[in-house]
Design a protein around this ligand. Structure first.
Ligand code: PTJ
Length: 254
């Protein structure tokens, strides 16, 4: 049972943290995943802990991109499996995207725990498990280079939430379109991806699901127009300005 009172002014943030700690206790999350969350929390605080206009536009572009994709794949790591397993499975079903477990701090036991969680939340197939299916992405030295020959290796669009910059670059170099969730608009992944959703994945994932549902009624031409009109660099700048404006406002009332 949660020890966090609902009336606590920072209850929402503390409950997310609690989910991650539970995920760690269940063997889903790497120790380093707890630190990654802390880094994210700091940026979330600076962003005002809400989904800004720029992030909403990135979510719309991401939804359009997923709907026009021929072979979309969602890469799942420990933090995602702990924070939003149900939503990630729902998103994969709605966009016909495959799910693939891909870990930075690779570990067979943790991989199996993540697969079990995804299946418990409705996933039928999870890639990234069979050694015989593995292929190597070039230009990257971490364990993330091992991808599934039927998944990320042949995907045209890859969703990589809470990612490291090396693989984002390697995926781009392999000709893939990369969508990420990253609270830090300055990170290498944010700067390298085609579409960066600068928001807490726990908030943005629900909005992305709603948006894919909405846009699924649109034709290909309208979806391509949404993608074409989206500029990731401009969008990141807006997120940085949002942080600056929040800080300026806070400085005035401090
Ligand atoms: O499960 P594994 O082994 O694949 O490892 C996963 C982690 C997350 C530990 C690994 O990918 C890692 O070390 O990531 P980084 O390099 O710390 O990057 C994580 C990025 O995600 C940082 O820029 C954080 O600001 C951001 N982030 C953290 N929590 C959230 C987030 N972005 C969105 N929503 C969050 N909840």
């Amino acid at each position: 049972m949660s020890l966090i009172p609902k009336s606590h002014p920072r209850a929402k943030s503390l409950l997310i943290r609690e989910k991650l700690v539970e995920g760690f206790d269940k063997g889903l999350v790497a120790r380093e995943g707890l630190l990654a969350q802390g880094r994210g929390e700091a940026f979330d605080y600076l962003l005002g802990e809400k989904t800004g206009k720029a992030s909403k536009r990135a979510i719309k572009a991401a939804a359009a991109q997923l709907l026009v994709a021929k072979m979309p794949v969602i890469s799942v790591n420990g933090n995602i499996a702990a924070l939003c397993p149900e939503q990630i499975v729902l998103l994969s079903k709605q966009t016909k995207a495959k799910l693939e477990v891909n870990l930075f701090y690779t570990n067979k036991k943790r991989k199996n725990a993540i697969i079990k969680t995804l299946k418990k939340n409705g996933a039928e197939q999870v890639l990234g498990t069979k050694k015989t299916s593995s292929k190597k992405l070039s230009g990257i030295d971490s364990a993330r280079r091992i991808v599934d020959k039927d998944g990320i290796f042949v995907a045209d669009v890859v969703v990589v939430p809470l990612e490291d910059g090396d693989r984002t670059m390697a995926l781009r170099n392999a000709g893939k379109t990369v969508i990420t969730f990253d609270l830090n608009p300055l990170s290498r992944t944010s700067q390298t991806a085609n579409i960066t959703i600068v928001d807490n994945v726990t908030r943005a994932i629900d909005l992305l699901i709603i948006e894919t549902k909405k846009l699924s009624k649109k034709n290909q031409k309208s979806l391509l127009k949404i993608i074409d009109e989206f500029d990731n660099k401009e969008n990141l700048k807006e997120n940085i300005i949002q942080i600056k404006n929040n800080l300026t406002r806070r400085a005035k009332i401090a």
